[in-house]
Design a protein. Structure first.
Length: 470
């Protein structure tokens, strides 16, 4: 099979502001929810930022982005996905005027990318809500969030509209179901959060996403605006129809977000779910029309693993996931963090999403979090021999190619954490994804120097041959 990818395929890498920038209180930035979450999703939040929070310094991308982008350019990146830290632009979130220094930072960052011909792909909200909006308003539970988000969106579209064409409204929007604080800035503890409030918060986010799409199309007619979904295909654990239906229902909980973004209305199975769970979504005048008339241009998604679902979960072994678990698939091996490795799952998702939505798809996260060992070669060069990462990425890209052969329009591929960064779920730096090693350890030691891993040359070659040399 010809391994070349379509002409113009957008190869690149992805990060998120809160996981790499650091500089958590510089140049007028306000606190974000991440600044008080030193354990990721694995532990309690704190009242104030604490020195054990790896994200406060991150990988110091805020000060080193020029050198890092130079390395991305050396690999031949066509696109680089990052997010804007909302609290750099509106420190508390509910101010009327933005913070100029925060705006300037992203101007400089995007200019640096464009200097090398790298297209920015920007996530508007990636797991960081201004902390003030979380504490005072309970995040997206409160409808006022829509107007704060709108002001933020208008500000960044106005400022960067001539530099940024590709936008994503919310990172992994469906993850709010599992991590309401990290994903939706919802301050109420998830054990106390009522389903009614959770789904109302989701409705507000969906309306805000449609509004951003509307405003984006008005202000930047050439822009492409997408939603972003955490994909984790649910296989039935057995061919028992009860398991098949259990898997279908689990899948619905995620596909529903895409259905609203693409079809512009709540699907029947969600209306049924709301009814059966006594959930009444409060709709304001105009919400339904907004959702219907301002659907996305493309669907983007992250893919790390698949999972299984069983009607009787007690009979099955619980699975690990970044945010959602499912049950363990006995046919698959797992990463060091217990994530099932399933390259064919990405082909399955691409086909499933395209069959369902008939929209161009963009893989904006995929990769292997692993422990890396920095070694010194005989010539004194420091590197990491990360063949395991190369194998993981190659196996997945082969399946992406299969999906393209199946007829799925894939816009591009940005591997997650193209430079090592702090993990979202565990807040560790030890869980590394990059082609570039960053010398920083979870005890805070390290020089922050960057070193090319073996996968750096491999990915450069993949991009250089447009996928032919996987
Ligand atoms: C996705 C997120 O859930 O997975 C990223 O969008 C995250 O922010 C990535 O970093 C990998 O997960 P983790 O927990 O290994 O960092």
């Amino acid at each position: 099979m010809n391994m070349r990818f379509p002409d113009g395929f957008l190869w690149g890498g992805a990060v998120a502001a809160n996981q790499c920038e650091g500089a958590y209180n510089e140049d007028g930035k306000g606190l974000s929810t991440q600044d008080v979450a030193p354990h990721g999703i694995k532990g309690p939040i704190t009242k104030e930022p604490t020195s054990d929070n790896m994200k406060l310094i991150g990988i110091d991308f805020y000060h080193r982005y020029k050198d890092d982008i130079k390395l991305f350019a050396e690999m031949g990146f066509k696109v680089f996905r990052t997010s804007i830290a909302w609290s750099r632009i509106f420190p508390g979130g509910d101010e009327k005027e933005p913070n100029e220094k925060g705006l300037q930072f992203y101007d400089d960052l995007f200019d640096e990318l464009l200097k090398y011909g790298i297209e920015p792909l920007v996530t508007i909200s990636h797991y960081e809500t201004p902390l003030h909006l979380s504490v005072k308003y309970d995040g997206w539970v409160n409808r006022d969030m829509i107007s704060f988000y709108e002001r933020y969106v208008r500000t960044i579209f106005n400022r960067y509209g001539s530099k940024v064409k590709y936008w994503l409204t919310f990172n992994e929007i469906n993850s709010v179901l599992h991590e309401p604080f990290m994903s939706g800035g919802i301050y109420t503890d998830k054990s106390q959060l009522k389903k009614q409030d959770l789904y109302q918060a989701i409705h507000h986010e969906l309306v805000a996403s449609a509004l951003a799409t509307k405003i984006g199309h008005e202000m930047m007619p050439d822009s492409k605006i997408g939603c972003m979904i955490l994909s984790m295909p649910m296989y039935a654990l057995t061919s028992d129809p009860d398991d098949v239906i259990a898997a279908m229902k689990a899948d619905h909980m995620n596909t529903f977000f895409g259905d609203v973004h693409v079809r512009g209305e709540y699907p029947g199975y969600m209306k049924r779910y709301f009814k059966e769970n006594d959930i009444q979504i409060q709709m304001a005048d105009g919400d339904e029309a907004l959702l219907k008339n301002h659907t996305v241009d493309f669907v983007s998604f992250s893919y790390y693993m698949s999972a299984c679902e069983a009607a009787d979960r007690l009979k099955a072994q619980a699975g690990e996931g970044n945010l959602m678990g499912g049950v363990t698939n006995p046919y698959l091996k797992q990463s060091e963090w217990g994530w099932a490795i399933d390259p064919q799952g990405i082909r399955y998702v691409l086909n499933q999403f395209y069959d369902r939505w008939q929209k161009p798809l963009f893989i904006v996260e995929n990769g292997l979090g692993a422990v890396d060992e920095l070694i010194t070669e005989p010539d004194g060069t420091k590197t990491v021999l990360d063949d395991y990462r190369i194998n993981y990425l190659r196996d997945h890209l082969i399946q992406v190619r299969e999906a393209i052969e199946d007829g799925v329009p894939v816009m591009g591929y940005t591997s997650w954490g193209c430079i090592d960064l702090v993990s979202a779920s565990t807040a560790q730096l030890k869980k590394r994804y990059g082609f570039i090693y960053v010398d920083r350890n979870d005890d805070g030691t390290g020089t922050l120097n960057r070193y090319k891993k073996k996968s750096f040359e491999w990915y450069k070659n993949v991009i250089g041959t447009n996928g032919e040399n996987l």
